[in-house]
Design a binder for this molecule. Structure first.
Ligand code: 13P
Ligand code: SF4
Length: 347
């Protein structure tokens, strides 16, 4: 997969450049002024912010305060589609902006940067994926939302981690054999849970793939009463230690519901902002991403989500770019597979 490797290398270089000159830290007064500027621009541009739980706390807070949303990728898609604003500012990664455009072609979709992508999207180039599907024409194609518009257009179904188990159980009951792409850990988890006949594409999320079962076991010994919450993009050995496995929204709901006062969380640590609001009296601990010899115990933060900042949100709203555009033929095809997810009701 030479094209995949070079795309990934290119993106890593962009991340390195980005983090070598990050946006300057703001004083409290500067941040307040910038937030006010963004709120004024949102009104002037008839815009709403649609943000993911993995963006910085100040972005999540601003999205909520200004009448936008902070949510998982399924709810982001629904909110963006149903909101009356003519412009959506999507704070997250590129596939989330593309999903918004696919569902709302009449809206202008702005993002803080188009370089914020996802290792799963990079790991599933359309030409190779399409050739893979062509080898198995008898199989229904189910893809994760973390893919390009072109991959969604090639699929029969798009799912997010909130709804993947329900959709695959339904397809299995219908007697379907499946192709699953791109996250092999999530695919593996779904296969184990549902017993569906699935062929898996081989890619992973570079953030969740780093969680380590052995170090988690050691951490659990220090906090024997803690519950372990795991996003299913994590490796099997980590998922098997979980008390709750679920999408970001499902993990936040579990944090609120569970009776235990300590939670070890295996997903991007930016989720702690909303999780702590949902469970204010609980202690949240990052699951380890490094073995015992490492100095960094948890680096669980998506480098692409981290490219969203108040400064580039302001710039995008002020300048009207960068804007997400999707080829109309691809958009129409992708709308079919995405639409199936959004109208799906668990049977
Ligand atoms: P959710 O759909 O659970 O929000 O996950 C999106 C994602 O990118 C997780 O890494
Ligand atoms: Fe993609 Fe992983 Fe980042 Fe989610 S956390 S956007 S799956 S790289």
């Amino acid at each position: 997969m030479s094209s995949t490797i070079s795309e990934m290398d290119r993106s890593r270089e962009i991340i390195r450049d980005f983090w070598s000159s990050p946006a300057p830290a703001l004083s409290a007064e500067e941040q307040q002024a910038l937030e006010q500027e963004i709120c004024d621009l949102l009104v002037a541009q008839d815009a709403a912010i649609v943000a993911h739980y993995y963006t910085a706390p100040e972005i999540q807070a601003l999205a909520e305060r200004s009448g936008g949303c902070v949510s998982d990728s399924l709810e982001m898609a629904r909110f963006g589609r149903d909101h009356k604003a003519s412009t959506l500012l999507v704070a997250g990664v590129r596939f989330m902006g593309e999903t918004a455009k696919i569902l709302s072609p009449e809206k202008r979709i702005l993002m803080p940067t188009l370089e914020a992508t996802c290792s799963l999207d990079l790991g599933c180039p359309i030409d190779e994926f399409s050739a893979f599907c062509d080898q198995h024409p008898e199989r229904e194609v189910v893809v994760y939302a973390n893919t390009s518009a072109a991959v969604k257009a090639r699929a029969d179904w798009v799912v997010t981690s909130s709804i993947a188990l329900d959709v695959v159980r339904y397809l299995k009951a219908e007697g379907k054999q499946l192709i699953w792409a791109p996250d092999r850990h999530l695919g593996n988890y779904i296969q184990r849970e549902t017993g569906a006949d699935m062929i898996l594409w081989d890619s992973e999320c570079i953030v969740h793939d780093e969680f380590k079962a052995k170090a988690l076991e050691d951490l659990k010994k220090v906090h024997p009463h803690a519950a372990i919450l795991v996003h299913p993009e994590s490796p099997q050995a980590v998922v098997e230690m979980a008390d709750v496995v679920g999408s970001t929204s499902q993990l936040i709901a579990a944090a609120e519901r569970l009776e235990t006062d300590t939670l070890i969380v295996a997903t991007d640590k930016a989720i702690f902002y909303k999780m702590q609001q949902a469970a204010p009296d609980k202690t949240l601990i990052e699951a380890p991403t490094a073995g015992n010899g490492a100095t960094c115990r948890s680096c669980a933060h998506c480098p692409w989500m981290g490219m969203n900042a108040l400064q580039n949100i302001r710039d995008a709203l002020r300048d009207g770019r960068p804007e997400i555009l999707v080829d109309e033929e691809i958009r129409q095809q992708a709308e079919v597979s995405l639409g199936r997810m959004l109208t799906f009701k668990a049977r």
